[in-house]
Design a binder for this molecule. Structure first.
Ligand SMILES: [Zn+2]
Length: 98
């Protein structure tokens, strides 16, 4: 009996966070499909909040796009990022001559 190798695509559910700006779960995930200088996005269809991945690889998966969307729409992560930005700016202010 012979065997053949097949590339099987498996369907999978991926969880994504709602839009951090308006709470909508009506999000469009996609990419241009360009072989070079490809651009991908997660875009809230209600308030137009958009996370752009530019450039991204030609074969970026929806899973990767969702991962980046989640990172940019997670209040916990955003709070931490903003907090470190505040600290950086505070250092700059403190370094100014009075
Ligand atoms: Zn929104």
């Amino acid at each position: 009996m012979g065997t053949i190798l097949v590339n099987q695509q498996q369907e999978k559910k991926i969880k994504y966070l709602p839009c951090v700006k308006c709470g909508s779960e009506n999000i469009d995930f996609g990419d241009c499909g360009y072989s070079s200088f490809n651009v991908a996005w997660g875009k809230c269809k209600d308030c137009k909040n958009e996370v752009k991945i530019n450039p991204c690889s030609w074969d970026i998966s929806t899973e990767e796009i969702v991962k980046i969307w989640n990172r940019n729409n997670d209040p916990k992560i955003l709070r931490k990022n903003y907090q470190s930005q505040i600290e950086e700016i505070q250092k700059l202010i403190n370094a100014l001559p009075s």
